[in-house]
Design a protein around this ligand. Structure first.
Ligand code: SAM
Length: 283
């Protein structure tokens, strides 16, 4: 095997790695914030890598983008105003805009270059960017939320890189407190929460920070994601209101196409593994 034909991301702490066979490197650049690479792969279409970590591939991004958006949007009673912090590839924005109830969706990514590259190499993810309800801002999401007025948003989706570099503060109690303060009555934050197998400590710290920021209701959802360490990813919802039910009828009758999400997937994603329940004393 010629290593130069493969892109490999090591999950150092877990003694594991994930590789994709590449045809060619299409682009690389150092932006003001991070090192961006785009590859053409043999079997996963195009691949975006930020600071050595896989972000998005043509083939499997639908798992992540659908599970970061639809469970929360079908749980909130009436989601009208949605912010996506990070999410520069625009895939989450596209899913959010499938909901007719959404009147405004603002994507706030610190790095405009991520979006400009997504427009070239992942045009299918950017096809709703001109929706009149969509707004793209290129500033620090931490500052955006800190400066926001109370009751200015219904759902905040944190579609960020891992908690290093510019994304570190997006996993802090101070950030969740700022989210709590600007969310409406039934408001909720959804954050990508890494792998329960590889990053359980981080997941616990995140849940603790969300709880101590004032969110009384937490729910971690599980889904496959081939591209990310362990292949098994999660999103955590922190809500002001109960998460015991979601809008099952609306989910069952969704008037738009998805590739992974449906009502049965939603229900299944809520099932909590035994080791997870034990780690966080869940019933
Ligand atoms: N799905 C990916 C994952 O879990 O690995 C995340 C993809 S998305 C491209 C991550 C985005 O978060 C990047 O475009 C990065 O610029 C953005 N980001 C990191 N820190 C940020 C911050 N403080 N404010 C806004 N965006 C941020």
């Amino acid at each position: 095997m010629n290593p130069s034909e493969w892109f490999t991301e090591q999950a150092a702490g877990a003694g594991s790695a994930f590789s994709l066979k590449i045809k060619q490197k299409l682009h690389e650049e150092q932006s003001d914030f991070q090192f961006l690479e785009i590859y053409e792969t043999e079997t996963f279409g195009n691949l975006m890598v930020i600071d050595g970590c896989t972000m998005v591939s043509t083939r499997d991004n639908f798992f992540y983008h659908e599970m970061m958006s639809h469970p929360a949007l079908f749980t909130h009673p009436a989601p009208k105003r949605v912010w996506i912090i990070g999410g520069g590839d625009c895939g989450t924005l596209k899913e959010v805009l499938k909901h007719d109830s959404v009147e405004q969706a603002i994507q706030i990514d610190i790095d405009e270059r991520v979006t400009r590259l997504a427009e070239i190499y992942f045009p299918e993810l950017c096809e709703s960017n001109n929706d009149p309800r969509a707004e793209l801002k290129f500033i620090d999401g931490i500052k955006w939320v800190k400066d926001a007025e109370p009751n200015s948003v219904d759902i905040i989706i944190v579609d960020s890189t891992d908690p290093v570099g510019p994304a570190e503060g997006l996993f802090s109690k101070a950030f969740y407190r700022d989210c709590f303060n600007c969310l409406s009555e039934h408001g909720m934050v959804v954050q990508q929460s890494e792998s329960a197998l590889f990053h359980l400590k981080l997941l616990g710290e995140m849940r603790d920070a969300m709880g101590s920021a004032g969110f009384d209701h937490l729910q971690t959802l599980f889904f496959p994601q081939c591209l990310y360490p362990s292949g098994w990813w999660s999103a955590t919802i922190a809500s002001k209101a109960s998460l015991a039910k979601f809008r099952e009828l609306d989910s069952a009758n969704k008037p738009f196409d998805t590739t992974y999400y449906n009502i049965d997937i939603h229900r299944a994603a809520l099932a909590q593994p035994e080791f997870f329940k034990k780690a966080f004393s869940l019933s």
